[in-house]
Design a protein around this ligand. Structure first.
Ligand SMILES: [Mg+2]
Length: 199
């Protein structure tokens, strides 16, 4: 039995937790492998952004000035995402009808990246903090998918949160979690390795 107090960090709100538990209890399991992928450095390499050191633009964003943010956002997307290619190893695994891109950071920025890469016909969720991915994955399954997939396969360059919560998710969702750490080749923006993480 999963206790709210033990997983406050994930669920935050007890009423939401109770509602999820209630809805979850009515769901049936289905033989399916739900694929969930991160975006930055999993689907699309940030190599060029880091190489060209755009930190100076980040300061603009921190001013929290809406106009500056829009100018910055458009320029950033234009410079680094328009007409840029990305490796297809991960995205080719995703089924648009059910699988999920689950990404962290500023909503407007992540959405612009996803749209510019023409991936907005996939299911996608954007969260402010990496830890929020755990709850959003649960909510996506309980509220959108509405069945418990027998397996969930996760692709991430920063896999640690999913490593930490693997057992919890397997118990809570009555599923098997497969974790894969994606490593980008920093010489050419392609994927170097996809490594299965055993816990
Ligand atoms: Mg990433």
């Amino acid at each position: 039995m999963i206790n709210f107090e033990d997983y406050k960090e994930i669920f935050k709100n007890k009423n939401d937790f109770n509602l999820l538990i209630e809805k979850l209890s009515k769901l049936k399991s289905k033989k399916d492998n739900l694929i969930v992928s991160d975006f930055d450095d999993t689907i699309f390499s940030t190599k060029e952004v880091i190489d060209k050191d755009v930190r100076k633009w980040r300061r603009w964003e921190e001013w929290n000035d809406y106009i500056m943010k829009v100018i910055w956002l458009n320029k950033f997307i234009q410079d680094f995402y328009v007409w840029k290619d990305f490796p297809k190893e991960i995205i080719s695994k995703l089924d648009k009808s059910k699988d999920l891109i689950l990404t962290t950071w500023i909503y407007e920025l992540q959405e612009a990246k996803i749209k510019t890469c023409k991936l907005d016909n996939y299911n996608y969720i954007i969260v402010p903090y990496a830890i929020d991915k755990i709850l959003e994955l649960i909510k996506y399954i309980v509220l959108e998918l509405k069945y418990l997939p027998s397996e969930i396969t996760i692709y991430e360059d920063r896999i640690q949160n999913f490593v930490n919560y693997k057992n919890f998710l397997e118990n809570f969702l009555n599923t098997k979690i497969n974790l894969f750490k994606v490593e980008i080749n920093w010489n050419n923006k392609n994927i170097k390795e996809i490594i299965r993480i055993e816990k």
